[in-house]
Design a protein around this ligand. Structure first.
Ligand code: GRF
Length: 200
């Protein structure tokens, strides 16, 4: 399976996936290309250090559909069959979602459907929840909404602040993403309504 990673920032989720592949885990997966909509993203530099193909494709004032078309073209050129959003801070156009049906994953730092959108960890902390976590899900046309592949839970401790809680969630994200990719590429699961379950 040829993975195409999309990111906008530091790229720690991308690095966690790349490290697993380098260790021989996630067998059958390779990273075909890493694309950022921000040329200065730390994740792009990390990709280059690893000798991976790393492209900056910025919007440069283009409309979303046009920018997305350029990204889709690059993904196709590199033979990508599974798109991994790893801190990609832009909504995908419907055309993008339709170009890769059930072949785009996203990670979100909350137990969806709680706290979609930006600063999910801060939202959870402010709400006073006692458990938090992260979700890997298929991308559909609504924000942080598609069918859930995997979730991981962490406790919220009395001594926490937003930063300590965010770190605890991030550590689980780094495990959850590879677990979700392994599930999807195994071919052993299927979408049944809103549920992602082992094939009967
Ligand atoms: C993560 O918290 C992820 O859940 C969210 O954006 C953040 C990206 O972090 N979608 P990183 O760039 O992978 O370090």
């Amino acid at each position: 399976t040829r993975l195409g990673i999309l990111l906008s920032g530091r790229g720690s989720n991308f690095v966690a996936i790349a490290d697993r592949i380098a260790r021989g885990e996630l067998r059958g997966c390779e990273i075909a290309v890493v694309i950022s909509n921000k040329a200065e993203a730390g994740g792009l530099a990390a990709a280059r250090e690893r000798g991976l193909t790393a492209l900056a494709i910025e919007a440069n004032g283009r409309k979303r559909a046009e920018h997305d078309a350029a990204i889709i073209a690059a993904l196709r050129e590199h033979g990508v069959d599974l798109v991994i959003l790893a801190g990609y801070m832009r909504l995908l156009s419907p055309g993008f979602v339709q170009a890769f049906p059930q072949r785009i994953l996203n990670i979100h730092p909350s137990l969806l459907p709680a706290f979609p959108g930006l600063e999910a960890q801060e939202q959870a902390f402010a709400y006073g929840v006692k458990v938090a976590g992260c979700t890997v899900h298929f991308v559909d046309e609504e924000l942080d909404h598609g069918v859930i592949v995997t979730q991981r839970v962490v406790p919220v401790l009395d001594a926490d602040d937003e930063a300590t809680l965010s770190r605890r969630i991030l550590a689980e994200e780094h495990e959850a993403y590879s677990e979700a990719i392994a599930k999807v590429v195994s071919g052993e699961y299927e979408v049944a309504g809103r549920r992602y379950i082992r094939k009967g």
